[in-house]
Ligand binder design. Structure first.
Ligand code: SF4
Length: 402
C-alpha cells in the first residue's frame, strides 16, 4: 500500500459509525484520515449522475460521497486516497474499485488513488505497522458493534426519550479516543464505562416488544440513509431489533481462508488464519465482558455454527453475504425471535438468493414472519404498509409463543 506513504488524507465513505473506528485506527498508526459525511440525497444524486443506473445502490452513494468532497476547494486529488475495500467473491462488490477508477477518471480525478484491502486475505492491514493497525481497527469494529447492540436493547424501553442515544454518542466518543490512543486496555476501559452508563439508563420492560432480526446486504443493514432508518421504524411500530453485527463478516472471511487452506492443504495459511481468529476472539471477549450484563444474548453465534445452519439451504463455500444471512436467520429463529427482515438493494445478487430461499427457512421454522425490503435509488419501497402488516404478524407470533 505505497499510496499511503505520500497521502495527506485518506477518505473513508461513511457507511456507519464503524467508519469512524477505522479512521481512529488509521490516525493511531500515523495515517491522516477523514470520514466523509453521511450520505444523503445530494451524494446519491451525484453518484447516479456518473453511473449508468444499473449498479448497486451502495456504489451510488459511496461514489457520490467522495465526489461531493472533491468539489470543495481544499480537496487535492494528488495527495488524496480513497478507501474502498474489495473482495474476490462472486458478487459485484469485487468490481467497485475497477468501476470507480473509470468513474473518477471520467470526473477528472485521475490523480485520486484508491486503496482496497481485500477480504481474501482477511484484510491483512495497512501502513508501516499493518498488524497493529488491523488489531486497532478490529477493536474499534467490535466496540461499535457492542455499542449499537446496547443502544438497540435499551432505546425501545427507555423512560426518558433520547437518553439512550446520548449515552451511545458519548460512549462512542470515548471508544474512538481510546482507539486513537492505541486501543488495548484503553478500549476495554471505554467499554467498561459504556457498560456502567447503559446500566444507569432507566427502562420500563413491563410490555415486552416483539424482537425482530435484521439480516441482508451489509451496507444497507448498517446505513440509516439508504435503509430509510429501518431500525427506528421498527421501534416506532412497537418492536425492537437485533441487527446482524459487522464483526460477523470478518469472522466469515477468516472462516473462508481456513476452508480454502484446508482444501489446498496449505498448512501455513490455515495456521495464520487460525491465529488471527484466536486474537480476534480474545479482543472481542475482553470487550464484551464489560457490557455483557446489559445484553440479553451477549454472545453472537460463531460463524462455523451459522454455516451449519446455512448448509441445508445453501452451500456456504459459494460465499457472499447470502451464506451469512441464511445462517443468521435460522439462528434468530432458534433464539425465539418474532420475525426476520431481509434488506437488499435492487438487483443485489446475494439478496435475491436469500429471498428465494426464505420460504424454505420459514417452513422449517414454524413460519416465522419474514419481510424482504428491496431498496432502489428512487427511495420507493412502499415500506410503511408492509412493515405494519409484518409487525402485526410478529406481535401475533410473540403472543402465541409467550
Ligand atoms: S452484496 Fe449486493 S448490493 Fe452489495 S455489491 Fe454485492 S450485489 Fe451489490
Amino acid at each position: 500500500m505505497s499510496e499511503l506513504t505520500t497521502a495527506k488524507n485518506v477518505y473513508i465513505p461513511y457507511m456507519c459509525d464503524h467508519a469512524l473506528a477505522l479512521e481512529a485506527a488509521l490516525h493511531a498508526v500515523g495515517i491522516p484520515a477523514e470520514t466523509l459525511p453521511p450520505p444523503d440525497t445530494e451524494t446519491l444524486a451525484l453518484g447516479r449522475e456518473l453511473c449508468l443506473g444499473r449498479e448497486c445502490l451502495p456504489l451510488f452513494v459511496a461514489t457520490g460521497d467522495i465526489l461531493r468532497r472533491a468539489q470543495q476547494p481544499d480537496f487535492d486529488p494528488a495527495t488524496s486516497v480513497y478507501f474502498m475495500p474489495t473482495t474476490c467473491g462472486p458478487c459485484r462488490f469485487g468490481q467497485y474499485r475497477t468501476l470507480q477508477r473509470l468513474l473518477f477518471d471520467e470526473a477528472g480525478l485521475h490523480e485520486l488513488r484508491i486503496i482496497s484491502p481485500n477480504s481474501a486475505n482477511g484484510y491483512q492491514g495497512l501502513g508501516q505497522r499493518p498488524l497493529h493497525f488491523r488489531r486497532l481497527a478490529w477493536q474499534g469494529i467490535v466496540g461499535v458493534d457492542l455499542l449499537r447492540k446496547l443502544c438497540h436493547e435499551h432505546r425501545p424501553y427507555e423512560r426518558a426519550p433520547g437518553v439512550t442515544d446520548r449515552t451511545y454518542e458519548e460512549a462512542l466518543r470515548r471508544l474512538l479516543e481510546a482507539i486513537r490512543e492505541g486501543g488495548g486496555r484503553r478500549a476495554v476501559d471505554a467499554m467498561a464505562w459504556a457498560g456502567r452508563q447503559f446500566a444507569a439508563v432507566e427502562t420500563d420492560r413491563t410490555q415486552p416488544r416483539p424482537w425482530i432480526g435484521i439480516v441482508g446486504e451489509i451496507y444497507l443493514r448498517a446505513n440509516a440513509f439508504t435503509n430509510q432508518d429501518i431500525v427506528r421504524h421498527v421501534e416506532r411500530l412497537g418492536g425492537r431489533v437485533w441487527v446482524a453485527p459487522m464483526l460477523e463478516w470478518f469472522y466469515f472471511t477468516l472462516w473462508g481462508a481456513q476452508s480454502r487452506a484446508r482444501r489446498a492443504r496449505r498448512v501455513g495459511d490455515g495456521l495464520k488464519a487460525l491465529l488471527a481468529q484466536w486474537i480476534q476472539h480474545y479482543d472481542e471477549a475482553r470487550m464484551l465482558r464489560q457490557v455483557k450484563s446489559q445484553l440479553t444474548f451477549p454472545h453472537e453465534t460463531s460463524v462455523a455454527k451459522l454455516m451449519v445452519n446455512t448448509r441445508p439451504y445453501y452451500e456456504p463455500r459459494l460465499g457472499t453475504e447470502a451464506a451469512l444471512s441464511i445462517g443468521k436467520s435460522v439462528d434468530f429463529a432458534h433464539h425465539g425471535l418474532s420475525g426476520v427482515i431481509n434488506l437488499l438493494p435492487f438487483s443485489c445478487m446475494p439478496g435475491i438468493v436469500v429471498m428465494g430461499l426464505a420460504e424454505a427457512v420459514r417452513v422449517d421454522h414454524a413460519h416465522i414472519p419474514w419481510l424482504d425490503v428491496i431498496y432502489d435509488a428512487q427511495g420507493g419501497t412502499n415500506i410503511h404498509t408492509r412493515l405494519e402488516a409484518f409487525m402485526y404478524q410478529a406481535r401475533e407470533r410473540q403472543k402465541t409463543r409467550s
